[in-house]
Each structure stands twice: as structure tokens, then as C-alpha cells.
Design a protein around this ligand. Structure first.
Ligand SMILES: NC(=O)c1ccc[n+]([C@@H]2O[C@H](COP(=O)([O-])OP(=O)(O)OC[C@H]3O[C@@H](n4cnc5c(N)ncnc54)[C@H](OP(=O)(O)O)[C@@H]3O)[C@@H](O)[C@H]2O)c1
Length: 261
């Protein structure tokens, strides 16, 4: 399926661990060159060392905070310098700032700046180095949180809501050459959703009765980047194990509602 990634080049923001790392691995395994980003240099260098030992395709790390405009500009320039072109952008790094009445203006500024504003800036920089009139693809990593209210999460859910609108608006303005889509995972086993602190109700949140693995989010992202998704733009693909289709009862109902008929 993934032959289309041979000779291609991609930027994956926040690719040193979690979902971004799984996306980088799948791209590299299918022959694409990849530039990953992150703030922690040691973790970035370690990730690249491991990836280079595992895959033949070129992979590099760029240290920087995606909340800074200059970092977005430099990431795009670096990828172009390394690979001669940038075919794909995966906007993945995002702050897990979960606050509500306790949110300070600085929390809002942080979540928006390193979240949807960074995604938008990266799309702008990707278009600058890629060209607006060549086929390309962007995937924004969103969340089920863009659709629903969750307790004490005004900041994160609002910022993910903005990703939903950004995806649609960017898809419209970059069409017909560049496709822009998003994925919305539910709970995925990463540092954010730690196996060591498993919520006993997690399995009830998903029809698949378990938490999602990063690789299970990476594969749909590669599909959306690939030529197999050539007619798909402005779409959000829910990678949620059925989370958003369920009612509050969950899937393991002790007392199912009886029909009266
Ligand atoms: N895990 C879930 O359950 C879940 C569910 C729905 C959606 N998502 C979304 O999936 C995406 C990835 O989440 P994840 O769980 O894989 O996260 P993760 O395991 O915490 O990994 C985050 C990655 O992004 C980097 N990063 C974070 N902030 C950054 C910044 N400001 N600038 C540059 N790099 C940054 C991290 O490296 P450094 O720390 O070194 O910077 C790391 O490489 C996010 O958009 C998240 O909202 C996750």
C-alpha cells in the first residue's frame, strides 16, 4: 500500500516519542525521509540514534519549541536543506494544558501558541518551502476533545476545537493541490495516558474495550498522507475506538435500558 512514500520527505513535529514517533517510524519503514522535532535535545538525539539503527531512510532531529515562530520557520528551512523538498507535514506536537477556572492568561497563550497557532504557522512554512501549486498533504493531530466537553479542560479542548476549524479553512484555501486533514484519537498509550496510572474506567470509554496504541494512530495518518486518500481533504478521521459514538452508559452496561414494547 505504502509504495508512494519512497523518495518522499516529511516533517513530523514532536516525533521523539508517542504518536509522532510512531508516525516517523512508519514513514521511515516505508522509505520516506523524516525530520522530527522536540524540545529535549537528549531525547531527540536518542530517538534519532534508535531510528537510524532500525531504518535505512534518512532521519534527523530539530531541537526547538513549536510555540516559537522562528522555530517553525527554521524547521521548514532545515527540512528543505536536508531533503531538497518537503512533501508532507504532520502537525503533532501540542501542549496538554488542562485547566478551567484556574487557567491564567499565560496558560491560554501557551496552549494556543504551541497548539493551533503553531499548527497554522507550520502549514504556512510548509507551503512556503513546498510550493502552493504542487501536490502535497498535511495531517493535523487533533483529538476527540475537539468535539466534546470534558471536566476541567477548557484550555485543551478549546485549542483542539480550533484545530478542527483550521483543518477545514486550510483545506479550502490550499485546494486543489494540497490536502489538509486531521485525526482525532481518543485515549492513546503515551506519556500523557500512562499505563502505570491506568484509569479503571478506560476500557468503558472505547467500544474496542481498550486504550489505543500509537501505531494504530500512525497508520491512519499515513493513509491520509498517501495517494490512497487522494479524494480526501478537509476531513477529520476519528481514531477513537468508538468513543464518540457511545452514550454515557459506556459499552459494558450492567443495566441496559429495556424497551417498553
Ligand atoms: N495520548 C493521547 O491519549 C492523545 C489523545 C488524543 C490526542 N492526542 C494528541 O496526539 C498528539 C501527540 O500526543 P502524544 O500523546 O503522542 O504526546 P507525547 O507522548 O507527550 O509526545 C509529545 C511529543 O511532542 C514533543 N513536544 C511537545 N511539546 C512540544 C513543543 N512545544 N515543541 C516541540 N515539540 C514538542 C515532545 O517532545 P519534547 O517534550 O522533548 O518537546 C514529544 O516528542 C498531540 O497533538 C495530542 O494532543 C493524544
Amino acid at each position: 500500500m505504502m509504495n508512494c512514500f519512497q523518495e518522499k520527505a516529511a516533517i513530523v513535529t514532536g516525533g521523539t516519542r508517542g504518536i509522532g514517533r510512531a508516525v516517523a517510524e512508519l514513514l521511515l519503514g516505508n522509505g520516506a525521509s523524516v525530520l522530527i522535532t522536540g524540545r529535549n535535545e537528549e531525547a531527540g538525539n536518542k530517538a534519532v540514534e534508535h531510528l537510524r539503527g532500525t531504518y535505512d531512510a534518512p532521519v534527523f532531529f530539530f531541537k526547538g519549541d513549536m510555540g516559537e515562530e522562528s522555530v517553525c520557520v527554521n524547521v521548514a528551512d532545515k527540512a528543505k536543506e536536508l531533503f531538497g523538498k518537503v512533501d508532507y507535514l504532520v502537525n503533532n506536537a501540542f501542549p496538554f494544558t488542562a485547566k478551567y477556572l484556574d487557567a491564567k492568561r499565560s496558560d491560554w497563550e501557551h496552549v494556543m501558541s504551541a497548539g493551533p497557532i503553531a499548527y497554522a504557522t507550520m502549514i504556512k512554512e510548509y507551503v512556503r518551502v513546498h510550493g502552493a501549486k504542487r501536490p502535497g498533504a498535511v495531517v493535523n493531530v487533533s483529538s476527540i476533545s475537539q468535539y466534546i466537553a470534558q471536566p476541567h479542560r477548557w484550555t485543551y479542548n478549546t485549542a483542539k476545537g480550533a484545530v478542527g476549524q483550521l483543518t477545514k479553512c486550510a483545506a479550502m484555501d490550499l485546494a486543489p493541490y494540497i490536502r489538509v486533514n486531521s485525526v482525532s484519537p481518543a485515549a492513546v498509550w503515551t506519556d500523557e495516558c500512562d499505563r502505570d496510572h491506568e484509569d479503571p474506567f478506560f476500557e468503558r470509554y472505547h467500544m474496542i474495550a481498550r486504550v489505543i496504541e500509537s501505531e494504530e494512530v500512525a497508520a491512519p495518518i499515513l493513509f491520509l498522507l498517501s495517494d490512497y486518500a487522494s479524494a480526501i481533504t478537509s476531513t477529520d478521521l476519528r481514531v477513537d475506538g468508538g468513543y464518540l459514538s457511545m452514550g454515557v452508559e459506556g459499552w459494558k452496561v450492567e443495566r441496559p435500558l429495556k424497551g417498553s414494547d
